[in-house]
Write a protein that binds this ligand. Structure first.
Ligand code: GDP
Ligand code: ZN
Length: 405
């Protein structure tokens, strides 16, 4: 038996087939003894040359080991979770970090990987467990021991509930960092929506044509605006015309649907006719854009951005306005309190809050039912960090990883 190499140092080594003693490759080998490894288990990394023959010869040699099998997606991370190296919020953060495309996504993910969010949820869980223990003691022994029901427990639960509410109220703005701010380009046919889409995307993706109704379906592009992710959508032109065909009608229906789901609307109007579509409700998250100003003899006076997709005039102002609105719709990834951008967290926080509300209503009438609600609230907190799990959820989370992570 050879001596194990120094731990956690990459060493250049010859790799041999243990049976034939054939030299397979020269590789960097690193030995991570438990528990100081990513998974918490003994682990060896072999950084070999990447050719098919080298890799399969190494795998072939290893295949004689007992329990040898190729890794599945997320296999190593799953071990790290099972061995208590990461909680579930950190596992999710790792997936987010690997998938991060914008600065804001990266900063949120690396913060969450540090564990602050898991610690917050764990603290809430422990606080609720203490409250619950007190109430259960009261249910069991309160009358015999003449225990007074401690009003402080109710205050504490109220307080926790407010903290969770405050955290939960930020999820929408945090989720936009993770999934992207939805920006829809809307307007009548032929006003220059696809031209604007192309200008913003920076390449010719949508078909631009002088014929009304060319953009029939919805076209999406992912953009990075001032380090925030934006999902930009080009839509079919809105028009009220009985003569249009079924495909175009469907396109218009989808455009109206997209408008209602959008975080921001870019309402494009042809400045030469000034016809603003009434189907779209304008609000503080609508930017009105007067396009084709290059064709005007007199400048227009209405509010909104004056743009020419043809010359590019007005694009800087549009992007500046867009950046401000996008930033306003997203949480600051560096804000002091732990942030969650994950829909799963939001779901459990919401249900936890509902149970705490039920608790407050029930505590005056039926302490046993109230305690039961508290137990449900605790379970939701436990699911957040992974103290309680089920295979379905774990499979969804770990399948997002690639093989080898
Ligand atoms: P959509 O139907 O709203 O998507 O409009 P398109 O982007 O397909 O453009 C319709 C027509 O208007 C095309 O011929 C474009 O070249 C033209 N167009 C778009 N923007 C401008 C502009 O700012 N100035 C001028 N002169 N023409 C434009
Ligand atoms: Zn179009």
């Amino acid at each position: 038996m050879r001596k194990l190499p120094i731990s956690r140092k990459s060493l250049l080594r010859n790799v041999y087939n243990p049976i034939s003693n054939d030299r397979i490759d020269q590789a960097l080998v690193t030995w991570f003894p438990a528990p100081a490894s990513f998974t918490g288990e003994d682990c060896v990394e072999i950084h070999a040359h990447g050719g098919k023959a080298v890799v399969s010869a190494i795998l072939q040699s290893l295949s004689n080991l007992p329990d040898f099998r190729p890794a599945e997606a997320g296999d190593f991370t799953k071990r790290a979770f099972t061995n208590g190296k990461l909680d579930l919020t950190q596992v999710e953060a790792l997936a987010d970090l690997i998938a991060a495309e914008t600065e804001a996504q990266r900063s949120l993910a690396i913060r969450q990987l540090g564990g602050e969010l898991g610690l917050l949820y764990e603290q809430w869980r422990r606080d609720l467990i203490e409250c619950c223990a007190f109430i259960e003691a009261y249910i069991d022994f309160g009358e015999e021991e003449n225990l007074d029901f401690d009003i402080k427990v109710n205050d504490r639960i109220k307080c926790l509930s407010n903290e969770i509410k405050c955290h939960h109220s930020e999820t929408k703005n945090a989720e936009r960092i993770r999934v992207g701010v939805k920006v829809a380009i809307l307007g009548r046919p032929n006003v220059g929506k696809s031209s604007l889409f192309n200008r913003l995307v920076g390449r010719e993706r949508a078909i631009v044509s002088p014929y009304a109704g060319t953009t029939r379906d919805i076209l999406d592009a992912a953009l990075d605006i001032n380090s925030y992710a934006v999902i930009l959508t080009d839509t079919a032109g809105l028009r009220d015309d009985m003569k249009i065909d079924i495909v175009e009608q469907e396109g218009i229906k989808r455009a109206i649907q997209t408008a209602s789901e959008a975080d921001l609307k870019l309402l494009v109007v042809d400045a030469t006719d000034g016809d603003v579509p009434s189907e779209i409700k304008t609000d503080e998250n609508t930017i009105i854009i007067w396009n084709k100003v290059d064709l005007l003899k007199e400048p227009i006076v209405q509010d909104g951005i004056k743009l020419s997709c043809k010359t590019g005039n007005g694009m800087d102002e549009l992007i500046e306005t867009l950046s401000e609105k996008v930033e306003h719709l997203c949480i600051n990834p560096n804000s002091p309190n732990p942030i969650s951008s994950n829909a799963r967290h939001s779901y459990h926080c919401k249900l936890c809050l509902e149970s705490l509300e039920n608790y407050s209503k029930l505590i005056k009438q039926d302490i046993v039912l109230a305690a039961n609600e508290l137990q449900i609230a605790i379970n939701h907190m436990s699911k957040l960090t992974g103290t309680i799990t089920n295979d379905d959820i774990l499979n969804v989370i770990f399948s997002e990883f690639c093989i080898g992570k």
